[in-house]
Design a protein around this ligand. Sequence first.
Ligand code: HEC
Length: 161
Amino acid sequence: MRKHHVTWSVLAAFMIVGLLLSGCAGVSKASEDPGAGSADSEGVEEPTVEVEPKDYGVPADDANIINPIAADDGSLQRGEEIYSSSCVKCHGEEGRGDGSVGAILDPKPVDFRAEHVKELSDGELFYITTHGVEGSGMLAFTFFEEEDRWHLVNYMRTFQE
Ligand code: HEC
């Protein structure tokens, strides 16, 4: 029984990675239907979905690490580049957790503007990006250079401004 369970999660992980790598053109086209509420998305200040605060269990030492990379134009540009290729399908164009793949996950990624995410330190965002979140579709992105993971942190902050 246990073995069966493990095999299933491994399969699920492969499926998710497969979806990402294939670019899932069909799926993302469908969800980008211009009729689907994009018109009034501008100017919306508050997160669209209420979420329970979540403890991501980041060790204090990691949470307190100071972001070594200034959020200048170069950093944000690099962050956006990686976000667009590797995060947007789940987290959505504006970090609202409404990417085409994110929408079919359980748990779903939350809106980066949710209060408990705003309150995360840079160190915590960095840790989550590096280690993923166990039991969810959030992968450990260790294959990005450390510096790139900080660029991602800087870019994620722009959603919260
Ligand atoms: C396969 C889908 C998927 C991809 C790709 C993905 N994430 Fe996530 N991410 C999630 C899910 C699902 C959660 C929520 C986990 C939970 O709450 O248990 C999450 C959570 C997070 C969180 C904590 C805030 C939140 O939404 O709960 C951060 C920060 C984060 N991801 C950053 C990133 C970054 C940066 C990238 C790209 C390098 C990325 N993620 C790519 C699915 C994904």
